[in-house]
Design a protein around this ligand. Sequence first.
Ligand SMILES: [Zn+2]
Ligand SMILES: [Zn+2]
Ligand SMILES: [Zn+2]
Length: 280
Amino acid sequence: MKIHFLGTGTSAGVPMIGCACNVCTSPDPRDRRDRCSVLITWDDPALRVDEKHLAVNPEQAHRRQVLIDTSPDLRHQAIGARLSRVDAVMVTHAHADHVFGLDDLRRFTASMDGPLEVYAEPPVHEALGRMFEHIFQPHRNVNNSFVASLTPLALTTGSAVNLYGATWTPVRLMHGRLPIHGFRVDHGSTSLAYCTDVSSIPPESYPLLQDLDLLVIDALRPRHHPTHLSTDQALDIIHELQPKRAYLTHLAHDESHADLSARLPDHVEPAYDGLTVAMP
Ligand SMILES: [Zn+2]
Ligand SMILES: [Zn+2]
Ligand SMILES: [Zn+2]
């Protein structure tokens, strides 16, 4: 199993429009932070993908690919990762920086020539239905040829979904007062959890976040924020959960990758766009 960081930035992205700070003008490519999204992949020897996908990226052969969130930067994230197919999409919550790229899934459903399953909890599906009427109320469209074909499927907190040999468990997180989902993914003997946009973890979620090989967690900035963890709050949670390794994401422009990396413990790193981490 691998995790591919497509975007690791906060809602405005880094650089931010209209900001001339040291991080927004940094020449270090690791300081460019698109809106948050990851791709989780694992091998499935039984999978046979069409030649046209191998032409885009031969690494897609025998590889299951599940996208978490569809950021407004999805188009160039997918092109950068040479991604032409995904097996499913998991949605954490319906904030604009996590879902406004949903329309671009039409390129995947076109190239895969079939519908794509989108997993989210019911209130998120309701919000997506309002935002993307042209997708979810296709009878109102004049022409449906250019619209994503998406199948909404409901997630229940704590109830695992089995996808092509990997087990996905939605984990309740609090994003300010908004309940959202993080995901624990188990494949073979390896496990990871992706917890973006979190300001606190309810006690009942702690058992679902034990014995992780890798934890990805929101760490917006050094200063406190009402709906995101600060760097120190994220480090406290990492200390409590004891994953083998941890990566920080949803990063604002307050610190450069190099400065943040230098002050973190050895097993914790800032994630950056384009980073791929393989499970042991
Ligand atoms: Zn966000
Ligand atoms: Zn800035
Ligand atoms: Zn959010």
